[in-house]
Design a protein around this ligand. Sequence first.
Ligand code: APR
Length: 230
Amino acid sequence: MNKIVILTGAGISAESGIETFRAEDGLWAKHRVEDVATPEGFQRDPKLVVDFYNARRAQAAEVEPNAAHIALGRLEQEHRGEVVVITQNVDDLHERGGTTRLHHMHGELKSALCAACDHRWAAPLVMAPHDRCPACAAAAARPDIVWFGEMPYEMDLLFQHLSEADLFASIGTSGNVYPAAGFVAEARRGGAHTVEFNLERSAIGNQFSEHRIGPASQTVSAWVEEILAR
Ligand code: APR
């Protein structure tokens, strides 16, 4: 099991205190996706969208990585083979948990993007609509988040990692959103053993060879111990 590729979703940050999207009291119960997570929503009401991400950026700055993030950081440090984390999350808890080989396929709260020239810079804690780009000075700053209808980042590289995986783990994602929900099939095609970590089987649970049901802070820590003891 030398190359391990791990996909994470909102469930890995839940025990740190960041709400998920599709729980009863989740983000999509309080906000309409089309208003705060689409390019059209941003065009229609940039202040609503910028404030939505300001609130999530402030919340992410208040919470701490949990045992699952820290276990994945340890796995990367101590595993003999390659460990690559692909996250759908936009918080920085993986970084703060010690993971360095990390791909934010849906962008990140700590980054800002210029819609005019594609320049990226460290986002201020509070962004305002029409903030100016530090590179081209256009009033075209936006959160560096991949919205519905936009292409996730680094997809060719991510599919390369998936095809090389000996072991693929999916942690805390409902399997509702593609292309991430298609990663397990890609990893299986490359011959990987696949394991799903969740509180219950997800919408794509039947595609995994193994399931570890329970809170990620417990199940991921135990799994990492097992791997490092091999
Ligand atoms: N431990 C393990 N799994 C958990 C935990 C926990 N403590 N708490 C919740 N979960 C699981 C839930 O059972 C659910 O399957 O995490 C999953 C969270 O699902 P979603 O809320 O749909 O979040 P996610 O799968 O990351 O959403 C994917 O959708 O809205 C878009 O871009 C957004 O990146 C997001 C994408």
